[in-house]
Design a binder for this molecule. Structure first.
Ligand code: NCD
Ligand code: ZN
Length: 352
């Protein structure tokens, strides 16, 4: 990639962790993602969740119809299935044949629409066995859910209680530790002895590279900076930024852009999720530039993801220019509106 202070060109990136929801709102969020990314891993936490190949195929058709109606070409959704206590080994094999990109593990109760998630990972061993056998990646929301564990510790505890035992039992299973938020997770992934080739990676969101937990409470409660796993202390942000910009192929881009209408965020019990899709690449560029590592952005955004998923790298390129872009206070979201990350502020980098 070529780097200069004012313009960077990179292979077109992909978003390896994205929520686009369904129905009317999907159209509004897809345009933002498709402006920047060629492909995205589409999260299956709909209501009801996308638990079977048939449901995923139907969802894919709705996404394609939405893209067509918006005149968007050149964007490919990569479908995932929601793992439950009842997912069968047969469904895993069917998913492999049917072109499903991955399964997603939500510990029951961990986050938005996770009620149908896994109550005990041991119940999934037949499905995990099949995933390991056919080379189907498992994407992990890595937080324990016990009420007695402090919310800021849930990711670190998950590593010891769930992830490490899982990796011992399935050394060849391809695992993505999604949207990591702690030093413990960054170091765990960095230092892991992987049994199989290329078997452990992590995605990192723009908000976790740019903000620490003070941003949730700056001058008052800031619901639009609340996501799960929740933002952590500054030392964790620094460790994540170090991992993302390290050039290690184990870390790649996943925005976790998670749209919720303004009213659902600004509420007595507001939903978790940051809407970063509007200018996600600009946010990542800002983070990488802050440590003088813009030259590492292409690997993180465009190369390590497809390599992990054994998919071809994109061939087209895109450019970012160092030109401040104002982020609107609100954007349309179906019948409602959404408040994007950094609403009313500027981002230093824009798409050329
Ligand atoms: C996500 C959502 O809203 O679907 N929310 C979030 O805070 N990240 C779910 C998730 O990825 O945890
Ligand atoms: Zn997510």
């Amino acid at each position: 990639m070529s780097t200069s202070p004012t313009q960077i060109q990179l292979i077109q990136p992909d978003d390896w962790h994205l929520h686009i929801r369904d129905g009317e709102v999907m159209k509004d969020v897809l345009v933002d993602t498709a402006r920047q990314f060629a492909r995205a891993i589409i999260m299956p936490n709909l209501k009801p969740p996308v638990t079977t190949v048939d449901l995923a195929n139907a969802y894919r058709s709705r996404i394609e119809a939405s893209l067509t109606s918006s005149g968007i070409t050149g964007f490919t959704p990569l479908m995932t299935l929601y793992l439950t206590d009842n997912t069968s080994a047969d469904e895993v094999r069917k998913a492999k044949v049917g072109g499903i990109a991955a399964f997603k593990l939500y510990p029951a109760g961990a986050t938005t629409n996770s009620d149908a998630g896994v109550s005990d990972i041991k119940r999934c061993y037949a499905a995990l066995e099949a995933m390991q056998a056919v080379g189907m990646p498992l994407l992990v929301h890595g937080e324990v859910t016990s009420a007695e564990i402090d919310i800021f510790d849930r990711e670190a505890v998950f590593i010891d209680q769930v992830l490490e035992p899982l990796r011992q039992d399935f050394p060849e299973l391809k695992i993505v530790f999604e949207h990591i938020t702690t030093k413990q997770a960054a170091h765990y992934v960095r230092d892991a002895q992987t049994g199989g080739k290329n078997s452990l990676a992590a995605t990192i969101t723009p908000q976790h590279l740019l903000m620490n937990r003070n941003a949730i409470f700056a001058g008052g409660i800031r619901p639009h900076n609340y996501c799960l796993p929740v933002l952590k202390r500054e030392e964790h942000r620094v460790a994540l930024l170090e991992a993302a910009t390290s050039g290690s192929p184990r870390f790649f881009l996943g925005t976790d852009s998670a749209p919720h209408a303004k009213g659902a965020k600004e509420a007595a019990c507001g939903c978790a999720g940051c809407y970063s899709a509007f200018n996600a690449l600009g946010l990542y560029a800002e983070a990488f530039e802050s440590v003088g590592k813009l030259d590492q952005l292409e690997g993180f955004a465009s190369v390590f993801g497809p390599d992990f998923y054994s998919l071809p790298r994109n061939t087209q390129t895109i450019s970012l220019v160092k030109q401040a872009q104002s982020i609107p206070a609100e954007l349309p979201l179906g019948d409602a509106t959404i408040v994007p990350l950094r609403a009313g502020e500027t981002i230093a980098w824009s798409l050329a």
